[in-house]
Design a protein around this ligand. Sequence first.
Ligand code: UFG
Length: 328
Amino acid sequence: MNILIIGGAGYIGSHVTAEFLGSGHNCAVFDNLSSGLRENLFPQAGFIHGDIHDYSGLLNAMKSGSFNALVHLAASKAAGESMLNPEKYSRNNIIGTLNILNAACEAGIKNIVFSSSAAVYGEPQYLPIDEKHPAMPENYYGFTKLEIEKFLFWYEKIKNIRYAALRYFNAAGYDVKGRIKGLEQNPANLIPVIMETACGIRKEMQIFGNDYDTPDGTCIRDYVHAGDLASAHTFALDYIMKNDRSITVNLASEKGYSVTEVLETARKVTGRNISANITGRRSGDPAKLYASSALARELLGWKAKYSDIETLIKTSWAAYQGLTINSK
Ligand code: UFG
């Protein structure tokens, strides 16, 4: 199949592109390289340097390759920033997605795989979180992802598209085959922050609170490997096309690790001290977050393979030892 991967030069997008290429599909990446990186582009995939805000450029790209499907990963994704600068999230996530949906309809691309997020759920009312859990986002980023899911729902009804909305939990880790060379710039997420500290890019890191109601007092999260997320995209596209049906599923490892457990594993794997200070809580952090991925297992036959804590850290460490930061 021919697949257009919008945001394919980014962290998850590059893993998704590697996976589709590895499954024998023809891929073209569409990316404005604002956070995506040139070294994440694969010579086997076409590259269109474009912006989702340029409707005619987007439409031309969609008409250029007899695409059977598109994957939409182009978004701003920092929950904290979204509360300070909601305009950016309205523009990039909401307006950008509406451009993509409208252009896809005009270009006749009916199948869409969308990167949604666990952020649509907000503060957990019960654990593990399944897809029936109420969706009440606690930050504007999560709100934008939920709104996009609603647009997809209506475009399915009215324009007959089919979609898979994939609600990622805490994405982490790097390609087990070492194909992804570009590292995220200025990361704020736990594992890349730990890696930057292990490499000496940061002198020390902060643990945001150790007085939560968890066994060691630090927050528990469900980390899912980027390679596992990527394989779910291929399964999901296959599913919606074969079954002519849209789906919304969680992608999670179904295991929870605390900040301390992640840090201790990183110290063991890297052999580095990784200096960490305990500071106050970060606002909006729930104590525990982990999910059920039973629906993805049942519908897609998908299961996380690389999302154990050792593999998450080992693959991250391998990528950070390559140290290809800052080259666009
Ligand atoms: N943390 C630290 N120090 C840091 C960074 C993080 O202690 O320097 C802690 C956080 O307080 C939290 C845990 O590590 O307890 C994980 O934090 P992340 O920032 O890595 O991830 P979040 O759980 O806040 O959010 C991530 C994505 C969201 C997504 C969510 C899904 O950033 O977009 O996972 O579960 F919605």
